[in-house]
Design a protein around this ligand. Structure first.
Ligand code: NAD
Length: 324
């Protein structure tokens, strides 16, 4: 039985509690949350023990699930790792690059498992591509959300775009060559909307737009590669592939088009998406990494790399004149 403690039981922490309850061979020892009103509600609703200090809960668990606001991630991760506990921490894994680097070092020294909550890796629309060879050369991303004060303690880059940054860095097997970015603080003190162009050494270009001040939601990534277009809809959990048909292929719905190099056959393929709960999947993967002593799916190095690119973007934005 893996003993888990949850640190922070606000909006997302409650989803984590619901999912932990469904995972077998896991015992939720209790939670720590300094908000007394919320803690009382959670203790009663989930029939769980509220711990009044971080240390007290850490002493009773094998793994810490950290779902507190980002400015508290470092102190909580540090306390857990120093006690030799495995850590699952929400994204971004820390507030500053210095903190992120320190956490990577601590994890290495303590030999614990560490997973970052880049939950889109477990989105059914992304998982549907696991058997497809991806080598994108142009990526267009839109992640638009309605305004919500939760999460605004950090910029839209660290709050929303970091999900796409992580996926793009996972997909493109090349180093980042250049970043250009612009962003505007409209409703808060940090950028609420931003557009970013990341150029990679292999020639791939990723163009990312994120907004937390939109009227409607969208979470789409479009990949263009030699002979294929791949659309990933993280919100509707659908995936579409349109590819040039090779001889012998018998995929999907096909139609012919005229091109300057002759008549070609295109196939439209909708790979089946499994109806899985991404949060449950990421927590299950974390448990599996602990039990089987394998790397977590989103390691501390992945988390740090996404943070590094996010901070480089923020630096570019701060050097650009904006409306703010
Ligand atoms: N992966 C995702 O898609 C996703 C989505 C939403 C939020 N998040 C991340 O989850 C984290 C929490 O977000 P939220 O929306 O649940 O916020 P929230 O404000 O709803 O909840 C945070 C909770 O943490 C508690 N808290 C504050 N300080 C604490 C501390 N030192 N120790 C323990 N608990 C503490 C608060 O009292 C509150 O109950 C953030 O880091 C956010 O970036 C990730």
């Amino acid at each position: 039985m893996l003993k888990v403690g949850v640190f922070g039981v606000g909006h997302l922490g409650k989803f984590h509690l619901n999912n932990w309850k469904e995972i077998k061979d896991v015992e939720i020892v209790g939670f720590y949350d300094p908000d007394t009103q919320n803690a009382k509600t959670v203790a009663a609703k989930y029939d769980l023990t509220r711990f009044y200090t971080i240390e007290e809960l850490l002493n009773k668990i094998d793994a810490a699930d950290i779902v507190a606001p980002t400015p508290h991630h470092f102190e909580l991760c540090e306390a857990a790792i120093k006690k030799g506990k495995h850590v699952f921490v929400e994204k971004p894994m820390a507030d500053t690059m210095e903190q992120g680097k320190q956490l990577v070092q601590m994890v290495k020294e303590a030999g614990v498992k560490f997973q970052v909550g880049h939950v889109e890796r477990f989105n059914p629309a992304f998982l549907a591509l696991k058997n497809i060879t991806l080598n994108p050369m142009f990526i267009e991303v839109h992640r638009l959300a309605e305004f919500n004060p939760r999460g605004t303690e950090v910029s839209v880059i660290l709050d929303l775009m970091i999900h796409d940054i992580d996926i793009v860095l996972k997909l493109v097997k090349s180093d980042v060559k250049n970043i250009s970015a612009s962003g505007v603080a409209v409703m808060t003190d940090t950028p609420d909307i931003a557009n970013v162009r990341i150029e990679f050494n292999n020639g791939c270009v990723a163009n990312l737009t994120s907004s937390r001040i939109s009227m409607k939601k969208m979470r789409k990534m479009r990949l263009f590669q030699k002979d294929a277009y791949i659309g990933i809809d993280f919100l509707d959990k659908k995936t579409e592939i349109i590819k040039l048909q090779s001889t012998g292929d018998e995929d999907g719905f096909t139609f012919d088009i005229d091109t300057p190099s002759g008549n070609k056959t295109l196939a439209i393929i909708n790979p089946p998406t499994e109806s899985v709960n991404a949060i449950k999947e990421e927590l299950l993967a974390f448990v599996e990494a602990i039990h089987s002593n394998i790397n977590t799916t989103v390691t501390e190095n992945d988390g740090l790399y996404a943070m590094e690119i996010a901070h480089r973007i923020l630096e570019k934005i701060s050097n650009t004149p904006t409306l703010a």
